[in-house]
Design a protein around this ligand. Structure first.
Ligand SMILES: *Cc1c(COP(=O)(O)O)cnc(C)c1O
Length: 396
């Protein structure tokens, strides 16, 4: 795989961000992973098995679809990278399959994961069912109640779901419980993190597993237009994994503008927001130095977004670096803007997007696009899971 000044160095630093800021008790686990991950994922055996699974199990390559009516409406050329058509309905499976193969190669028999809305939990439980590995998913007790359908999916897939009863009983607390578990079970347990967050080597590892998105965009765009370089690549960002994967093979192609759209909830200045880049300052969250939303005392501010997948108070360290270096453009979209686009994309293209993905489309309104521009938008997931939100907000 290629290296870029926008990727992690050996210590996992992206400029002034990243690294592994972890308690001493976690050091052996992280060292073990760091020592093994590149060695294993670069073997022919690993690549063969991973690529086969992406093809036959996930259904890759996902189509690159020319959105004709959306293009007409915005007077430009819009292509959608259809991660919503993957098995389990989003990009997360690209990562969980990669990590589970790695876990198997490292001789681990037990998988743990944290989940907020339950999407990463479902993707992990799916991979565990496929491989016959034991799966424990930590989830905030409040989220267990709010996300009952995903809890049922995980249970049906054979996972044990443990409710985290500490703190606000949400994602942050689930993550703390998962880390505690990992410290107590270093021998047999592998911790699958769901985005490009956490201590090194997770952000780099997850970006590599998601980089299949931009690899395919290049090939498919070349076939459709004769050029592998779009003018813009656009993705929504929570932790930032679908964005990292969409940007990966374009990082050094500076003529390609990279656009990340974060969720500003009720508005950047409303106090009810997840616009980390717009508001955040530098701090440490979940073992990584990055931008995060914190108050004057360095306490993490609870994020808010209508989409559970974008509801994270930090952002992957690579994105912080892309902001620092001006390599990427960061936009934000409110709940209402995303809802408007969710309906518009549905009515113009017959595709109901995930609430998260709808945020990415807001870029069509905010960028100054030209008629001849080629814009690739990553449609990170399908909207089935968001139907109750859509029913309520659209009075369906
Ligand atoms: C989880 C999720 C996201 C946000 O995660 P990233 O790591 O930022 O990609 C976006 N879209 C969908 C559909 C998701 O499930």
């Amino acid at each position: 795989m290629m290296s870029s000044k926008y990727n992690a160095d050996e210590k996992g630093n992206y400029g002034r961000f990243g690294g592994a800021w972890i308690p001493e008790m976690l050091q052996p686990n992280i060292d073990n992973l760091k020592k093994n991950y590149l060695k294993i994922i670069n073997t022919d055996k690993f690549q063969k098995e991973y690529i086969q699974l992406l093809k036959d199990y996930v259904g890759r390559p996902s189509p690159l679809y020319y959105a004709k009516r959306l293009s007409e409406k915005y007077n430009t050329h819009v292509y959608l990278k259809r991660e919503d058509l993957n098995h389990t309905g989003a990009h997360k499976i690209n990562n969980t399959l990669g990590q589970i193969l790695l876990a198997k190669e490292m001789g681990k028999e037990r998988i743990i994961a944290e989940t907020g809305a339950g999407q990463h939990g479902v993707a992990t439980a799916t991979a565990c069912a496929l491989m016959g590995l034991k799966c424990v998913v930590y989830m905030g007790a409040l989220d267990v109640v709010r996300q009952a359908p995903n809890v049922a999916r995980m249970k049906m897939l054979g996972a044990e779901v443990i409710a985290a009863e500490s703190g606000n009983k949400t994602l942050k607390d689930a993550t703390n419980e998962a880390l505690r578990d990992w410290i107590c079970n270093p021998e047999d347990t592998f911790y699958i993190i769901g985005s490009v967050v956490g201590p090194h080597p997770y952000p780099d590892m997850v970006a590599r597993f998601q980089s299949v998105i931009s690899k395919e965009i290049k090939e498919q765009l070349k076939e459709k237009t004769g050029s592998e370089y779009p003018d813009y690549v656009v993705a929504c960002v929570g932790g930032g994994s679908n964005a990292s994967g969409s940007f990966y093979h374009f990082l050094d192609d500076e003529q390609v503008k990279l656009v990340a759209v974060e969720a500003s909830g009720l508005g950047v200045d409303s106090g009810e927001t997840a616009a980390t880049i717009a508001l955040g300052d530098v701090g440490i969250i979940h073992g990584s130095k990055t931008f995060l939303m914190q108050d004057g005392d360095g306490q993490i501010i609870e994020p808010y977004s209508i989409s559970a997948g974008l509801d994270y108070p930090g952002i992957g360290p690579q994105h912080a670096h892309l902001k620092d270096t001006d390599r990427a453009i960061f936009l934000d979209a409110t709940d209402q803007e995303a809802l408007d686009f969710a309906m518009e994309v549905t009515r113009l293209e017959g595709i109901i997007p995930a609430m998260e993905s709808a945020h990415a489309f807001v870029a069509l309104k905010k960028l100054k696009l030209k008629k001849e521009d080629c814009v690739v938008i990553t449609l990170s997931g399908r909207g089935d899971k968001d139907m109750s939100t859509y029913m309520e907000r659209f009075k369906l």
